[in-house]
Design a protein around this ligand. Sequence first.
Ligand code: 8YV
Length: 310
Amino acid sequence: MPIEILTNHKLHRSAEMGLPKHFTVHRLHEAADSKAYLAEIAPRIRGAAAWHMDKKLLDALPNLEIVANPGVGYDGVDIAECKKRGIRVTNTPDVLNDAMAEITIGLMVALCRRIPQADRYVRDGRWEKQGNFPLMGELTGKTVGIIGLGRIGKEIARRCLAMKMRVVYFGRRQQPHQPYVYYGDLFEMAREADWLVVVAPGGEGTRGIVSRKVLEALGPDGMLVNMARGTLVDEKALVEMLKSGGLGGAALDVFDMEPHVPPELVVLDNVVLSPHQGSATIKTRDAMGDLIVANLLAHFEGRPLLSPVV
Ligand code: 8YV
């Protein structure tokens, strides 16, 4: 009898294709009556490849052994409950580091060199009618403060050095072998930095850490880049400060209520908006999907997990 697993979201292509080769896959999000469907299959479900595994869903799955979370961030999984119940959890680290770092630099260049605005300027025929596009800033020589110098943060840092920027970082603790200046106080770092790049994990522990006070410290010439989760930034304060000029600009790949983006952001000229594209390359998403399949297989074949969280 094949092992039965649950998904509650469309997965990466390689996982969608790979999982049915080894498991019976139940797609909760495709069920016409998801409640009735869940009640019918729940006792047989031993694994999940799923975002949003909250207590209620865990309660409904009495024989669940493992959750393969389809991203590096696992803020959608109730980790404490999984630990309590002896449920293993995996994520998809490392394989997305380069893709994430690449688009972070892309968004930084787009924001300071106003690439989307300049593109519109040409398309609208304004270059011919109004003359040259206004001058702008550049990354070279600026200080970038990275919030969360983890595996992705380190790849971003390397690329910022290549852009001739000075790199500093904030995190829970200083990392002894890193060549960058450490700040234990985010407000202090924001005062020193021209750019803040957010790549720390989401979840309750980091909710709102980029507060109004931090944004004020970053100031009217400061730029914010959020590649992590919308929850880390006080979005209301961000919008107000971008509107008033209290903050210079923002490049945002993630939002508090995504895919909903606050309409006030959409009309602002000093922002670059991106629809949660951090890991969204064919190669990276395939590698993430492969890792989901590999972790589930390892678990059910009694081998060590490739990327365990719990
Ligand atoms: C994507 C992510 O959202 O890894 C994460 O934590 O947020 C992303 O890579 C995700 O994999 C989309 O399906």
